[in-house]
Design a protein around this ligand. Structure first.
Ligand SMILES: [Zn+2]
Length: 88
């Protein structure tokens, strides 16, 4: 869901969805400015946003590594396809 403008009011409750949207590049510039202003004055949300960003960055690293590891070596794929042909 793409957050909608909520002029002049970035509440703590809306901050997590905006942090997610910002991370995904889906946060409108005016909301980004509101979010940044809120994070500058709200220590609790700033800490949560920093933790969220670290978590999402780690998740992307793990996902990227997992995608690389999920590819079987060519020799294994060739043998597996040969076995499937024998079975079929
Ligand atoms: Zn807050």
């Amino acid at each position: 869901m793409i957050p909608q403008p909520d002029p002049g009011h970035t509440s703590c409750a809306r901050t997590p969805e905006r942090v997610h949207a910002q991370h995904d590049g889906e946060l409108a510039p005016e909301l980004r400015a509101e979010l940044d202003a809120h994070l500058a004055e709200c220590v609790r949300c700033a800490r949560a946003a920093a933790a969220e960003r670290r978590f999402l960055a780690r998740l992307r690293t793990v996902a990227a590594a997992g995608m690389g590891a999920s590819r079987a070596p060519a020799s294994l794929r060739i043998r597996a396809m040969a076995m499937l042909r024998v079975i079929a």
